[in-house]
Ligand binder design. Structure first.
Ligand code: C2O
Ligand code: CU
Length: 459
């Protein structure tokens, strides 16, 4: 109760207006393309220490990205949006002005191994150094980028940003937005808590919920509009269980772009690292986006947290064609049959030397799996732990299969993230196409950084 009161007072003070002035919804800035070639997107990114205000009037020291092509750019959390169209060449000059080494991983993009941005694919970028990433935007969809070094600390401090690849078919909408979800653990003076270490078991949970770096903003839309929202969960460990009261949500895409057929939802679970694309239709004058408690083994009984208020203006949106019942054909990447080999992957936790909580894959830290290029396998990911683990594979998409009980998964299309609920298993089919060393890990960052990460080596 007290924190809410403080927050309202803070808003009024920083706006300089009396009363309860809403904070307008903020879009992440877009990176400047410095290359005149229409098929090349070339950007300059700077990672540095910066100050932001998650809570008005209470500056927070963060690590954040800014647009290096503009002298007047300020670092933001989330960082600037990288926008490309399908087929573009992307060149990113990253300048590391942080006090420690970093890299960038282009989460979800199917890139060549040397651009994947992990310590298995490149030398770390030391403070003061610049590194150039080159890759092709092969797939249209909603992605994001973040470091792959000390992720629990670097992403927590603010180094993450959205990445959009546009492509066909175009879904007709009034507006498109990226909503980057996060939570942060703030001290009463606005400082980021240093408590990550103490939160190893379930990952670090925050006390302030953010959409595009803002705790409780208000979005104005024209009455009757239909918008395309791209969600990414960039939190260390928070599961977002979204409900949109006062408007309708139609899922049209996930990690690997548009799905075949849209489907309606009342609530939508988005685990760390995962993306969903949703068409939102506003019929009334006001809607509220909130996240509901979700028990992932941490006995979450929190009350619904309001994330965003949507209010319609007196303007009326231009009418749109109905949403097609079929969006696209999603090619099958990994066709399986009765002879497809099944690879068991076991997720578990336990104690390490010194009695520290630690996390394992196949009962080891950082196992290596060697496979031949061109093979197709079914990964059966068995979660032996008492908590859910959101599982991520780099470099390729997989297709989630019906479970051992025959239960069909949600129509997710191409995925690079899947939640593996506690004491259960998830199966997916994967085609070993790209050569190189690809990480797979839990996207609860305190888990991946404490052993729940491995390497898939395709040779
Ligand atoms: Cu977004 Cu290896 O992760
Ligand atoms: Cu985990």
């Amino acid at each position: 109760m007290r924190s809410r009161l403080l927050f309202v007072v803070g808003v009024a003070a920083s706006c300089g207006t009396p009363g309860n002035q809403p904070t307008p919804f903020r879009e992440p800035p877009v990176l400047t393309d410095i290359n005149p070639d229409p098929n090349v997107v070339e950007v300059q990114l700077v990672a540095a220490q910066a100050m932001v205000e998650y809570l008005p009037g209470k500056p927070t020291e963060v690590w954040a990205y800014r647009d290096g092509a503009r002298a007047d750019s300020v670092a933001t959390v989330p960082g600037p949006l990288l926008r490309a169209k399908q087929g573009d060449e992307v060149v990113v000059h990253l300048q590391n002005d942080l006090p420690e080494a970093t890299t960038i991983h282009w989460h979800g993009l199917r890139v060549m191994n040397e651009a994947d941005g992990t310590p298995s694919t490149q030398r770390l970028i030391e403070p003061g150094e610049t590194f150039v990433y080159r890759f092709k935007a092969n797939d249209a969809g909603s992605f994001w980028y973040h470091p792959h070094v000390r992720g629990d600390v670097q992403i927590e401090r603010g180094l993450y940003a959205p990445l959009v690849v546009t492509g066909e078919p175009v879904v007709e909408v009034t507006a498109e937005r990226y909503l980057v979800l996060d939570d942060v653990l703030l001290e009463s003076d606005g400082k980021l808590s240093d408590a990550t270490k103490e939160h190893k078991e379930h990952g670090r949970l925050g006390n302030v919920w953010l959409v595009n770096g803002q705790p409780n903003s208000t979005l104005k839309v024209a009455a009757g509009s239909r918008e395309r929202w791209r969600f990414v969960n960039a939190a260390n460990s928070r599961f977002f269980n979204l409900r949109l009261d006062g408007a309708q949500m139609l899922v049209i895409g996930s990690d690997g772009g548009l799905i075949a057929e849209p489907y309606k939802v009342d609530t939508l679970l988005i685990v760390p690292g995962e993306r969903y694309e949703v068409l939102v239709t506003f019929a009334g004058t006001r809607a509220v986006l909130e996240t509901l408690a979700y028990d992932r083994g941490d006995h979450d009984s929190s009350r619904p947290q309001k994330l965003l208020t949507i209010e319609s203006t007196s303007e009326v949106a231009a009418p749109l064609a109905p949403v097609p019942s079929r969006l696209r054909d999603v090619p099958l990447l990994a066709p399986i049959d009765g002879n497809t080999p099944v690879r068991p992957i076991v997720l578990s936790d336990g104690k390490d030397h010194g009695d520290e909580t630690a996390f394992f894959i196949n009962h080891e830290h950082e196992p290596k799996i060697r496979v031949k290029q061109g093979g197709i396998e079914i990964w059966e990911v068995q979660n032996e732990a008492e908590m859910d683990h959101p599982f991520h594979l780099h470099g390729m998409f997989f297709e989630v299969l019906p479970g051992k009980d025959g239960k069909a998964p949600l129509p997710g299309g191409w995925k690079d993230m899947v939640n593996v609920p506690r004491k259960s298993s998830v199966r997916f089919a994967v085609h070993y196409e790209p050569l190189g060393t690809w990480m797979f890990h839990c996207h609860i960052l305190e888990h991946s950084e404490n052993g729940m990460m491995g390497e898939l080596i395709i040779e």
